[in-house]
Write a protein that binds this ligand. Structure first.
Ligand SMILES: [Zn+2]
Length: 502
């Protein structure tokens, strides 16, 4: 390689194209700088020097966020280059999204990705027959052998992937990454379900992955949506016991894997989702097991546990835990054969009902506060919401929810006529991670004491009605600076102490 290029920035630095895959971009840079047949050593020397590629690694995994993707969802540099011929006609560059293993069909043009392109030196098997090179492929070669998916598969991939691909094309990368997390999560669960079907075992070598998934989804009428509600709905739709077992196992494995190597899946409440599936399983088992309580036992204003649960509107397992925790009194037990029954007095049912009405589930709390999952997590992490755990369930005191709204109502001021500079109270100024996270959570707590301006939009309700301005952001910055100073001081004094000890 010409040593001229190794010393500084390459002379020609072509602009990175939308969603361009870093690896083929580096080859484009090399060619623009007069290296006709670039080698890996050439591209590797450019990688750390260019702002657009400095954070990438030689493995060739696509990068849309600082958060990692699960390894099985992406392919490394040595895997085949795949592409949509029509996208390539529009711009001759390889897209990062084509490096996702589960992304089989372009949802813009509804064409199955082809894999007969190679970048010399990089992709394994580039000497195989029928391979064309990215830099010299003709239009005819791009289109040779291109196929569209069958209608059912097209519907399936559109439902799952089109929002993600649209966000990528519109350059909404955080939005695309969030959707991708949900898609990959759903895909992991669907893959688990797929292993239980006989058709899968017979067809796994012949059919494309997305074709099999489309068949599975159609067969069991799963309605899929690439968001958090879509995942919960999918779990609720699982009725086949074998499916439930493999999904529970998959979620369990996911929890262990994420502990060792956190990926975007850690953004999701995996344990909660697993409990949800497990609870629905146990509830159904209890209901299936139930035999009627003897009529005479139900007289005198006493009702069975299951009847009490249906009056209160919650799982009988929860009522049982409320009884055990002493929330209600007036419970007696009765036997029929080997079976033991719990019978609740009307006062006990009322007491449980009052307790249940005084708390909200996570979904109810989000709904009542008019906030999304992001806002909910911020409140939780700031300690402004404190969950109460009852067995596998988690609740929030309704009084706490009202108190939060009340406190903001007391300190807020009217919404200004020009609001372009305002940020939603639970908006993106509170990051999920990074060095500003704890400072921003601290400032969020301060918002409820009225330490800086809070604006209330009268036409909105719940916490979605409140906004902050630059003062909040400024406080985060100042707090963060203070933290660093404090930390440095601490380090300094501990250093002096250790010297004294010596
Ligand atoms: Zn396309």
């Amino acid at each position: 390689m010409n040593t001229y290029f190794t010393r500084g920035l390459p002379l020609c630095r072509p602009k990175m194209l939308p969603d361009e895959w870093v690896e083929t971009y580096l080859f484009r840079v090399a060619r623009a700088n007069g290296i006709r047949y670039p080698r890996l050593s050439d591209t590797e020397s450019f990688r750390p020097k260019l702002a657009a590629t400095a954070l990438s690694k030689a493995d060739g995994y696509p990068i849309w966020s600082a958060t990692r993707l699960p390894r099985s969802s992406v392919v490394t540099r040595v895997n085949k280059i795949r592409y949509c011929p029509e996208c390539m006609m529009q711009s001759r560059h390889i897209r990062s999204r084509w490096r996702l293993t589960a992304f089989d069909v372009c949802t813009i043009h509804h064409i199955r990705l082809k894999d007969d392109l190679a970048e010399p030196v990089m992709t394994k098997g580039y000497k195989q027959e029928g391979k064309y090179f990215v830099s010299s492929v003709t239009d005819e070669q791009l289109w040779a052998g291109a196929v569209c998916p069958m209608p059912s598969e097209r519907r399936h991939v559109e439902k799952l992937w089109s929002g993600f691909e649209r966000s990528i094309v519109e350059n909404d990368i955080p939005g695309a990454f969030e959707q991708l997390t949900h898609i990959l999560f759903l895909k992991a669960l669907l893959d688990a379900v797929l292993t239980t079907t006989r058709e899968f075992k017979a067809a796994q070598k012949s059919a494309a992955q997305s074709t099999e998934l489309a068949q599975l989804v159609e067969k069991y009428h799963f309605s899929l949506a690439a968001d958090f509600n879509g995942i919960r709905d999918f779990l609720d739709q699982i009725t086949v016991t074998a499916h439930r077992d493999v999904v529970l196992n998959r979620l369990h494995r996911m929890l262990t894997d994420e502990m060792h190597r956190p990926t975007c899946f850690s953004e999701l409440p995996i344990a909660d989702l697993r409990s949800r599936l497990l609870t629905s399983l146990q509830r159904r088992a209890v209901l299936a097991d139930e035999i009627p309580c003897p009529d005479h036992e139900e007289s005198d204003g006493y009702v069975s546990l299951n009847k009490a649960a249906s009056i209160i509107g919650c799982p009988s397992r929860l009522v049982k835990h409320l009884i055990d925790s002493g929330v209600c009194h007036g419970v007696r037990s009765s036997r029929l054969g080997l079976r033991r029954y719990l019978l609740l007095s009307s006062q006990a049912v009322e007491a449980c009902g009052r307790w249940r009405a005084s708390v909200a589930t996570r979904e109810q709390a989000m709904n009542e506060l008019r906030i999304d999952r992001r806002g909910f997590l911020a409140l939780l992490r700031a300690g402004l919401l404190r969950p109460i755990a009852v067995d596998v369930y988690k609740f929030f005191l309704r009084a706490d929810l009202t108190d939060l709204c009340q406190r903001l109502g007391d300190v807020s001021r009217p919404f200004p006529s020009k609001a372009a500079h305002l940020h939603s109270l639970l908006g993106e100024w509170i990051p999920f991670g990074g060095c500003y996270r704890s400072a921003s959570l601290e400032v969020l707590k301060e918002a409820f004491s009225g330490k800086f301006p809070i604006f209330r939009q009268m036409e909105s309700s719940g916490l979605s009605a409140y906004f902050v301005d630059h003062t909040a952001l400024e406080r985060v910055r100042r707090l963060k600076t203070g933290e660093i100073a404090g930390h440095e001081q601490e380090n300094c004094s501990s250093g002096q102490l250790s010297l004294l000890v010596e």
